[in-house]
Write a protein that binds this ligand. Sequence first.
Ligand SMILES: [Fe+2]
Length: 227
Amino acid sequence: MKSIAPHSLAASHTPRREFLRQLGLGAALFSVPGAFAEELSRKTASAEEGPFYPPKLPLDTDNDLIIVNNSITPAVGQIAHVSGRLVDASGSPIRNATVEIWEVDSMGVYLADRPQQAKYDPNFQGFGRFLTGSTGEYYFRAIKPVSYPGRRAPHIHFKIRRKGQEPWNTQLFVKGEPGNEQDGIYNRIGDAQARASVTVDFVPLPDSRISEVAARFDIVLAADSAS
Ligand SMILES: [Fe+2]
């Protein structure tokens, strides 16, 4: 429906090749030789879906959460380029899977919560989907997550849908965020290694004039994602 502008809010009609270039940049910056192979020795930890999956999906469900439809007004918040690869435990890309994310806006409000809130950011899409191709890669333009009432640490919800399988859920947490240790869901995810599998560095993009960050979150699923 629309293209994604990686570097400038004003350039909201950047051609698709610019978006792809950005993906390549992210991969080059954040892939560490050997690290991914080690990741494969264990699955990414799952986490509960929680109560805020949108009860009704927005009209725009693309992978750019910063711009709703053809609006010229972007969402408020620090833009975060969130990408990664969906693979099985043997390292093979998982294609034709739908990666869904949802998160609060800069004021801490979920789409699901808007009817109860006087103030929210109407320019934030709040939810997005990405269908993986042959490489298993996914990409979203989102905001760096913020805390919200209820004392949750900042997080982004992920749901993976694969044909013929139960949906798989997790939550992505921000590395170095002091609230993580106090977060009940974070602590229930499992041991330190399990928590590390869903704790991701949000790294400043060096050439960004608007303080964008990038997060690389590779997701390793079992052959049967329900496990
Ligand atoms: Fe949440």
